[in-house]
Design a binder for this molecule. Sequence first.
Ligand code: GLV
Ligand code: GLV
Length: 355
Amino acid sequence: GKYRVVSTKSMPGTRWIRLLTDNDCRLEICTEHKTILSVDDILALIGDRCDGVIGQLTEDWGDVLFSALKRAGGTVFSNMAVGYNNVDVEAANRNGIAIGNTPGVLTETTAELAASLSLAAARRIVEADQFMRAGLYDGWLPHLFVGNLLKGQTVGVIGAGRIGSAYARMMIEGFKMNLIYYDLYQATRLENFVTAYGQFLKANGEEPVTWKRAATMEDVLREADVISLHPVLDKTTYHLINPERLAIMKKEAVLVNASRGPVIDEAALVEHLKANPMFRVGLDVFEDEPYMKPGLADMKNAVVVPHIASASKWTREGMATLSALNVLGKIKGYPVWGNPNQVEPFLQENLTPPP
Ligand code: GLV
Ligand code: GLV
């Protein structure tokens, strides 16, 4: 191949590999066994000659790596993720490196995981599972693992972009919840969906669902029974959920986070969980990933999973494919998919829809 492309990890599927190798690229996939590569590990992979890199959200892509990539003749980096808080976009721009991410293919998968965490927390699924496995079940009881009924409750969404809106639709359509959301932008399509679904329910003699766009985030926290966080992580959303905001939430609320860990002050959350046994959380991400703050693992009112929100086969293959398209697109002179700063999405029509 004319071009040397490096992937810092092996990724699901083979289509992404063929895309590159069928189009003049020599692909090198890192075989290092350690989970998180250091900057030095990646410098060694880039070497003296590298046209583009596919990397992971666990890696710190800043000036050191982008200037090395530039010196090696590289022009493009794709994060195999929709989130790109691990990427210093300004440093990339300074070094003339185009950035790609992988929006779109993980919207529904991530929303489904957030919905799973909502249900698992509301209905105490993990606690109940552990109880069964421990051999503690000795007969049905009216009080056993009583949780929250979602129907007719209010789902609160903070960040109503692609993922937040998809999550809201699932909870509204699936469980007939009312919506309150907070976003700087108006989620018109989501609002229209709730209105239409409410009319449908009413026409069928059922209680209609309603929506409200909150003026402040605090309104969502005060009013919602289930709250899911879907902002991007940046300076403005770091510790968005802090002690003051935890304090205004309902004592029996469910809080879900499948965005980025530092959106929640996790130490404060642990204290809140201790003080409020009926308050429940479902967490896919952690402030000091892969670690949990002390005490969190002991909390029965927390459901915790290891950053698996985009982990469906279709989605992970799609993310790998988009990453390859990002790199190939730049090398071949096309715009880069999902470039957060410069370019509009492209090639979406070439993806296979989910079955
Ligand atoms: C995963 O966390 C992603 O941002 O894609
Ligand atoms: C955010 O990146 C989203 O897809 O909603």
